[in-house]
Write a protein of this length. Sequence first.
Length: 275
Amino acid sequence: MPSVEFITSLQNPRVKQLVKLRDRRPRDEAGVFLVEGYRQIVRALDKGIPLTELYLCPEWYLGDQGNEPALIARAQAAGSHVFQLTKDAFAKVAYRERPDGLLAVAPQWRRNLADLDAQLGQNPARAPFLLVVEAIEKPGNLGTILRSADAAGVDALIICDPVTDLFNPNVVRASTGVVFSVPVIIATSEEVRPWLARRHIRAVATTPSATDLYTATDLCGPLAIVMGSEQYGLSEFWLREADARVLIPMAGQADSLNVAMATIITLFEAVRQRG
């Protein structure tokens, strides 16, 4: 076990700051966010994310407690300041109902379309495969969409006109840490549509009002699958500007699917077609 600083008081300034970081404004003001959980922290370290602080509580560890010391030493070797909290103090700062005794603080980042240009330019022979989501509202859905994008092997997730915060603890948790591996671009719809056109990337919008089935539509070549918000679906802008509109058929009484589920279905049809 590396050397650590012990914190016992619930009134400690660091404990109070961790509680504040659950909310977006303090996160944005500090330029950091919370990473809770063993798997999420491992994936952050695997991607070279600098974890400025690591908080631990052995009383909350899960399993046989065989992996945590190596993770803590790894984080400290990468520059993390390590603090040990009492069980009550850790319960106060943890976001989960049943924490696993590990919580880190990481710096936020921002990527834009110019960054994506540079990324795609590193492999010009590959047909871009992108996922565009508009105004996703629920952090759990955005986290699940990130997992789906990672599993499908998309080159990037582009979030248009975001409603929920990429660095919301529920996004990080629901993504199981792949928020650190999937390139995420944040831009407006008005910026993204002409960018796609310049790169000759087809925008395929999913909407219940379409007449063409998603399985009957060509999803090969340079592609951006476009998904809308949970409550309203895609805006008129994307329905008008998309190169194609596709439908997932519904056999029951429901007239739509959860956006995360619809994303999975459409992405993996594209994966199937693309071989």
